[in-house]
Design a protein around this ligand. Sequence first.
Ligand code: FPP
Length: 250
Amino acid sequence: MAMNSTTEARTGANPAGPRHVAIIMDGNGRWAQMRGRPRLLGHHAGAKRVREIVEACPDLGVRYLTIFAFSTENWKRTQAEVAGLMSLFRRYIQREAQDLYRRGVRVRFIGDRIKLDPKLITLMDDLELLTSGNDRVHLTIALNYGGRDEVTRAAKRLAYEIEMGRLTHKDVDAETLAKFLDTRVLPDPDLVIRTSGEARISNFLLWQSAYAEYEFIDTLWPDFTAAEFGRIVHGYAMRDRRFGAVKAPA
Ligand code: FPP
């Protein structure tokens, strides 16, 4: 059963802080270019930040962290940058797997695997399996992920179920469709952070972020620290979330 906010219908202030934070890790390229270094160096610096932010989650009460590592549109980058990023993902998994496991992190991947290298897919499968018993922090890595692509794939699977006679058009509602999304076992994000000063969502968790709070910050991803993450998470508690409802009188 999906745990998204369509079924939870939570309203009001947020004394507990955000349970699920999603991050668009932007600005690696500019970070490197500002130093006269190749863009890939920025991605490597960005990968180091992932560890720090994951480690900060338990103390901040963030149970679910979802990070945008590679979008369905990122294939348009140069072949060298794409190959460098894919190699970085492989090395990240190989290097971090045991540590993530020991720290109680459950890792999942979302996105379409079809275009990914089989060796990378095996590493992703192995890491998901290795950490499947963990429950301290749920880290979801979006890899070859696009919100429109995800909804399209979900619609296709739903249509197939109807074609097979296992569902009818009367079963199609938001809750049923959400069960076909890559994120079906995750709650919706409460807070989406984007680094590097760009105020757009770039096809990230389009369906799931319908009622998310957004925080756009100027910091480039490789400069993003656990301290800044903490300030944003604490700031979230001041926000008044109504999910389309009217605030109850005091
Ligand atoms: C956007 O910055 C960033 C990416 C496309 C890649 C994100 C990847 C990482 C942070 C690497 C590590 C991730 C994992 C899970 C190991 P950009 O290149 O668009 O920056 P720019 O806008 O300054 O050019």
